[in-house]
Design a protein around this ligand. Structure first.
Ligand code: BGC
Length: 606
């Protein structure tokens, strides 16, 4: 695969179109609204450049056909030319961050933290390719992925969106993701979006949208490094981060967005703001727009208040508080990406190559997800070589997450915050369902109460976290950390209710340890499988288990777990995150006095 996607220079087409556009049309191109807040008629009336689905915002019955008819309606509206409106095709965007997981029946891949443990960059390209196929099946053009965050504090609720605490792994993946997703911008392409620029994974105390305090050299070395291969692979969009850097919000940061990203690194695609991200710059919405446009943002994800955005933007222009050349630069970038992507030549979404593709959620796609699951598992303990399990063994299966495809998939699956149980994740298998498929005699008891030494040779206990997303996954000991971090931020913070106050699983979900204890006290050896979006302090659970497997958020294919537990395949996964020894420890590889429970790179094999 070429590092540089070779593409035609569309500047003649872009300049011709740009010169025929009215101010209203230009502002419209720079606006991205949320689907629930805008009708196709409004897309035409306001010349809107893009519409998105926020996490869990799904049309109709949430089947590919529902998505296609929605995308079709928006697209047709954007293409209906008359004396006020030019035909400029709209871009539809979603968060397909681990498969096209918003949509029912999609193949759900492991979240990035699991893929980081695979340490297999080529696999990422295949996953991105299949994900693109399932996005195209729904008529969508653009995904807000890959997340190139280098998560440095496991308390951050988005740790699972990060491949690793080590920029080297994230860097080795980023171009493969872009290559797989953008597929040379041919007809199998979906536009990728590297996010969140910049320093999202470095916030103080791991507070989502918080403050990243670092020298520029540190920012460059840890957080920017993964962007370089993505930019070399010509990623067509970059999303600005909610966090601030040394007190200043990235959304208003001209140095970071214009001088570094656009000028020094030569990025010539679309810089998009995050969800209402400009709102945190100032209480005055006009001032927020002024700061962010002048910082270099080209397209504005102004989900709900898009009408006010357009009105305020007009006023700013008439007051000369935003220059026409900045607007033209932004629109030029948006049109260029639309041309490069071939959008002007594509038929309506319903008539595109992979529309309603029969491969959507297919066995073939799920095979790749299953492979990714088995490569992502990390074996942390295996006393007396209790693993691999033998098929004739009498197995008891227990634990809150044993029969829970929703928990396996985590956040950004069907709903923004994810779902629990099996009902809303269509297709695939829970770990229990996968075990049942191998051992028909296996028994299931969620809390382990039916454990019986005379009937069970071994127990598989699947424990861990419930689904969460973004700040609602944060772990915060108390509000003092917000005050400390918040005091460094010029602008507002959007602090959500956290997931818990401790990284220790026995405090977050004490019933998990109770289940293990119930079974272990009956003399039955326990194989523990942890479903979690980050390393957790599990000393007590580890101690009581004979074997312990970190399964991260494996997605829909629970059979990937049994493939390894039963020895069809050996473990391959190695920790891409250091595993803490106690709940107050936060260490990353390479730091002084590095002394985690399991170091970065750890992972046993049979
Ligand atoms: C997240 C982004 C996401 C966007 C659109 C925001 O809350 O920070 O990562 O792409 O929503 O759903």
């Amino acid at each position: 695969m070429l590092d540089k996607v070779i593409h035609h220079d569309f500047s003649d087409e872009v300049e011709a179109l740009l010169s025929s556009m009215t101010l209203e049309q230009k502002i419209g191109q720079m606006t991205q609204a949320e689907r629930q807040e805008i009708s196709p008629e409004e897309v035409r009336e306001f010349h809107i450049g893009s519409v998105l689905s926020g996490g869990g915002s799904c049309p109709g019955n949430n089947r590919p056909a529902d998505w296609i008819s929605m995308c079709d309606a928006y697209w047709q509206a954007s293409m209906q030319a008359d004396e006020n409106h030019l035909a400029i095709p709209l871009l539809y965007a979603v968060d397909a961050i681990h498969g096209n997981a918003n949509v029912l029946g999609a193949t759900v891949f492991p979240h990035n933290i699991g893929l980081g443990a695979c340490n297999e960059p080529e696999l990422i390209e295949q996953i991105a390719r299949i994900t693109a196929r399932e996005i195209l099946a729904t008529g969508v053009d653009w995904t807000f992925a890959p997340t190139l965050a280098v998560a440095r504090n496991d308390r951050w609720g988005r740790t699972y969106e990060s491949y690793s605490e080590d920029p080297a792994i994230v860097s080795s993946y980023s171009r493969h993701f872009v290559n797989g997703m953008q597929a040379d911008l041919g007809d199998e392409a979906v536009i990728a979006c590297a996010k969140h620029w910049i320093g999202d994974g470095g916030t103080l105390h791991g507070i989502d949208q918080g403050e990243t305090t670092a020298s520029f050299e540190e920012l460059e070395k840890i957080h920017m490094a993964p962007y370089l291969p993505a930019l070399a692979a010509e990623v067509q969009s970059v999303m600005v981060s909610f966090n601030s850097w040394n007190g200043d919000k990235c959304h208003g940061h001209q140095f970071l967005v214009t001088e570094i990203l656009k000028q020094r690194l030569g990025f010539d695609g679309i810089v998009i703001s995050d969800w209402d991200g400009i709102d945190y710059l100032s209480d005055d919405p006009k001032e927020a727009i002024r700061l962010s446009v002048n910082a270099g943002i080209d397209m504005f994800m102004v989900s709900v208040e898009w009408r006010d955005f357009i009105q305020n933007f007009r006023e700013l222009l008439s007051q000369n508080l935003i220059s026409m050349s900045r607007v033209d630069d932004a629109v030029r970038r948006i049109l260029t990406v639309k041309y490069r992507f071939g959008l002007f030549n594509k038929p309506r979404p319903a008539a595109r190559k992979f529309s309603n593709d029969s491969q959507y959620g297919s066995a073939e796609h799920r095979r790749l997800a299953r492979e990714a699951v088995r490569k992502s598992l990390v074996l942390l303990k295996n006393d007396n070589q209790i693993l691999p399990l033998k098929k004739h063994e009498r197995i008891l299966v227990a634990g809150r997450n044993a029969d829970n495809r929703g928990a396996q998939c985590g956040g950004f699956t069907v709903e923004w915050q994810g779902t629990t149980g099996n009902d809303s994740v269509e297709g695939g298998t829970s770990v229990w369902e996968a075990i049942k498929g191998i051992s028909s005699a296996a028994e299931y008891s969620i809390d382990g109460q039916s454990a019986d030494r005379s009937r069970h040779d071994v127990a598989i206990v699947v424990i861990g976290e419930n689904p969460y997303a973004e700040g609602m996954g944060d772990i915060r000991a108390g509000d003092d950390v917000i005050i400390e971090a918040g005091s460094m931020i010029r602008g507002k913070m959007n602090v959500l209710e956290p997931y818990g106050s401790s990284l220790e699983l026995a405090e977050l979900h004490p019933q998990d340890l109770e289940t293990i204890t119930t079974i272990a006290e009956k003399g039955i050896p326990v194989v523990c499988v942890l479903i979690s979006g980050r390393p957790l302090v599990v000393n007590a659970e580890l101690e009581k288990s004979h074997a312990f497997v970190a399964a991260w958020l494996p997605g829909s294919e629970g059979q990937g777990v049994t493939d390894v537990l039963f020895g069809e395949h050996d473990f391959q996964g190695k920790l891409s995150f250091s595993w803490p020894k106690h709940k107050d420890q936060q260490q990353n590889v390479g730091q002084a006095n590095y002394d985690p429970l399991f170091p970065y790179g750890f992972g046993m094999r049979y």
